[in-house]
Design a protein around this ligand. Structure first.
Ligand code: ADP
Ligand code: MG
Length: 339
């Protein structure tokens, strides 16, 4: 019998892994923005061309990387964010898998420019299909600029599968909103085909919501706050009068990470019971802070779903807190003597 099993070469393994991490240009946007946040950036610029099909570029003023790290960051399972499995239970970074850059570099033309505070000059690396094309010293500011060009250039089937620019742009804006809402203290700029789409100054949570969704949103927001041993809730729900048939602006963040949860959505609906008609959906921007030990976010590479240790307690607390906030709000107009 001849042996037939082989280990796949790295670039092939990376290309396969990329299928999990990178579905479309918006996935690249998410990963790069999260890396910039993890690097402690205070301002981040996102530059898009052709709905990300030609270019996704993220410029940050975060910590930057050393020359060795700039090379290593494209290896699979290369991460500065965890060292052991235990670290998974005390995560306070967005990333931890060390997969995103390796995956992206396998299916696009990538250029990285980066410099740390301590180093005199920066490093520029060009990499195509997992192969390093060039590496040079460059003059650049502290921080990182990463440009991802021609996504899926070497996987025509994936490239053809991409939707129209309008649809892909919608996905990009969704990811941008999620990261920008979770980090109001970071200033964001987004440019598309050479013009500004968003200019979001460093601010607080309410201001950030208003900068994104417009001045009219301000008066629609009902603040929600509660803090117990196991859960801190903050954020806003949108007044019941503005509930919509279509799914509107609905955002849950757990430890500053956007998540999807039909279970928690249901808890919000339960809090609005009697205030909105059946089939209507309230808007909300809800931030839940929990002990990282009590959640498991290691479920899917794109990490929009998490598992809570005690889901029922979360549900009950969310429902009663929102109910209470809405109750307070409906009393408020009586105290307003100008009406
Ligand atoms: P992960 O974020 O899961 O660690 P990535 O593949 O996204 O994996 O990034 C690999 C590593 O590269 C990170 O752990 C970090 O050390 C470094 N890195 C990536 N992007 C940046 C950035 N914008 N600024 C500084 N370091 C970065
Ligand atoms: Mg990452």
């Amino acid at each position: 019998m001849t042996d037939i099993i082989q280990l796949l070469p790295d670039h092939v393994a990376n290309q396969i892994a990329a299928g999990e991490v990178v579905q479309r240009p918006a996935s690249v946007v998410k990963e790069l923005l999260e890396n910039a946040i993890d690097a402690g950036a205070s301002t981040i610029t996102l530059v898009i061309k052709d709905a990300g099909k030609t270019l996704v570029q993220v410029i940050d003023d975060g910590a930057g990387m050393s020359t060795t790290d700039a090379r290593l960051c494209f290896e699979r399972h290369a991460t500065s964010k965890i060292k052991s499995a235990e670290d998974l239970f005390s995560l306070n970074t967005k990333g931890f898998r060390g997969e995103a850059l390796a995956s992206i570099a396998a299916i696009a033309h990538v250029e990285l420019k980066t410099k740390t505070e301590a180093s005199e000059v920066g490093t520029k690396i060009v990499i195509e299909g997992s192969q390093v094309v060039s590496q040079d010293a460059v003059v650049t500011a502290k921080g990182t600029t990463i440009s991802v060009k021609n996504l899926f250039y070497n996987i025509p089937a994936r490239r053809n599968f991409l939707k129209s620019n309008t649809v892909e742009m919608r996905h990009i804006i969704d990811e941008f909103h999620r990261v920008a809402l979770a980090h109001p203290q970071v200033g964001f700029t987004m440019m598309n085909n050479g013009s500004d789409v968003f200019q979001l100054p460093q601010s607080n949570s309410r201001q950030r919501i208003v900068s994104i969704f417009g001045a009219k949103t301000n008066e629609k927001l009902v603040p929600v706050t509660e803090e117990t041993e196991i859960l801190k809730i903050s954020g806003f729900v949108i007044k019941p009068d503005f509930a919509r048939k279509s799914r509107g602006e609905q955002f849950f963040f757990v430890n500053d990470r956007f998540i999807k949860s039909s279970y928690l959505h249901h808890a919000v609906l339960a809090a609005f019971e009697g205030l909105i008609k059946d089939g209507m959906n309230p808007g909300y921007f809800l931030f839940l802070d929990v002990d990282p030990k009590s959640i498991d976010i290691n479920i899917h590479p794109t990490k929009t779903e998490i598992k809570f240790d005690d889901e029922h307690a979360m549900y009950a607390m969310l429902r009663s807190t929102i109910k209470h906030s809405l109750g307070q709000f409906s009393i408020a107009p009586v105290l307003d003597f100008n009406r």
